[in-house]
Design a protein around this ligand. Structure first.
Ligand SMILES: Cc1ncc(COP(=O)(O)O)c(C=O)c1O
Length: 373
């Protein structure tokens, strides 16, 4: 009889979904991983016009339309002074598919993938699906990833290490010095650095840097997406940028698994990237105000929380029983151990929720914290 493949038996459905299922219908949801803003009108219009003119009825090139890849290339020039050939980009079905392509193309069975713990749930699962060996590593006290921790974890069997800044679930932003170190480690150890930059524009202090800016070899690949920056999670449009030889290998996985990213989404993404960026600035300003509100509220409740400098998450240290108490009182938060073993004793709160709901949730959290102390 046909049994299930080991690689899928190793993977379980994300712990985040379990929390959602346990929540009542009128709960305030601080569990969401997507911005609560509409997709900018000009991005929607890009798709509508492409559909109406019949441009979206056929497959695009496997890598995506040339004009989208030129827009992505121009974005890297504008944001980081990085020269990326449009031929060295694949448009994917969200950042998720891009992460999958990187691991499928670079990890042989048993090879190790180092990633942050707590970290985004896909790194572990996609490593298993690539038949790799997951090697989660703990974070610093401020919830950033120490390059020295990564360097110590590298062995002869390491294929990839993952850097994610700004980070899910912590909201932590790596410094430029750290990014330089990650680039050096990738170069010196000849190991691939997968830089997941899907939150690259949601930074409150300073600016995002990519290890790709500092690497001297082609050992850094960058994954990003329209999902968070333009509030386009439902459109499913991301990309991977890397050297041509790496892109050609990843294209083999993409071509047979996906053919091409959805054409309407590609046109929407091109319009988002080339059009006015004010909606992004307004969203980031709103997130920053909410970040301040949430950090103040958590500290007033007596919780210790590193100040998140990006994305839209906060990750306080919480006493035992806290997540259940908060959930019972009608606020959905995600227990830190859903993001890895070292997430235990923390909780992730998303502030992709309106201010009034956030204020109410913080009052409930204050009461719940008192109750479990
Ligand atoms: C760190 C990180 N990387 C990648 C993704 C995947 O994003 P997408 O919706 O573009 O597939 C997410 C989504 O939550 C994320 O948090």
């Amino acid at each position: 009889m046909t049994e299930f493949a080991n690689r899928v038996e190793q993977v379980s459905i994300s712990g985040i979904r379990e929390v959602f299922e346990a929540a009542s219908e009128d709960a305030i949801n601080l569990g969401l991983g997507q911005p609560d803003f509409p997709t900018p009108a000009h991005a929607r219009r890009g798709a509508i016009e492409a559909i109406e003119s019949g441009h979206t009825d056929a497959y695009t090139s496997n890598k995506g339309t040339r004009s989208l890849r030129e827009a992505i290339s121009a974005k890297y020039d504008r944001d980081y002074d990085l020269e990326i050939d449009p031929e060295d980009v694949i448009a994917t079905s969200g950042g998720s598919e891009a992460l999958h392509l990187v691991l499928q193309a670079h990890v042989d069975p048993g090879e190790e993938v180092i990633f942050p713990d707590p970290g985004f749930v896909s790194y572990d699962a996609l490593t298993e699906i690539a038949d790799g060996t997951a090697k989660p590593v703990p974070l610093r006290e401020d919830l950033t990833l120490d390059p020295a921790t990564v360097e110590e974890a590298i062995t002869d069997d390491t294929a990839v290490f993952v850097v994610n800044s700004p980070a899910n679930p912590t909201g932590a932003v790596q410094s430029e010095a750290d990014m330089r170190e990650f680039a050096r480690i990738a170069d010196e150890h000849d190991v691939l650095c997968l830089s997941d930059e899907v939150y690259e524009h949601i930074v409150f202090e300073g600016a995002h840097h990519s290890p790709m800016e500092f690497a001297e070899t082609d050992n850094v690949v960058v994954v990003s997406a329209c999902s968070k920056t333009y509030s386009m999670t439902g459109w499913r449009l991301g990309w991977v940028a890397a050297s041509n030889r790496r892109i050609e290998r990843m294209l083999r996985v993409h071509q047979y698994g996906q053919a091409c990213a959805s054409a309407p989404a590609q046109y929407a993404a091109e319009a988002a990237l080339t059009g006015p960026q004010e909606p992004v600035e307004e969203m980031v300003e709103t997130f920053e105000r909410r970040r301040d509100l949430v950090v103040d509220g958590l500290e007033d409740a007596g919780l210790e929380v590193p100040t998140p400098e990006g994305a839209f998450y906060a990750m306080p240290k919480v006493p035992e029983g806290w997540c259940d108490e908060v959930l019972d009182r009608g606020v959905v938060v995600v227990p830190g151990d859903a993001f890895g073993e070292h997430g235990e004793g923390y909780a992730r709160l998303s502030y992709a929720t309106g201010t009034e709901d956030l204020k109410e949730a913080l009052e409930i959290i204050d009461d719940a914290t008192r109750a479990v102390r």
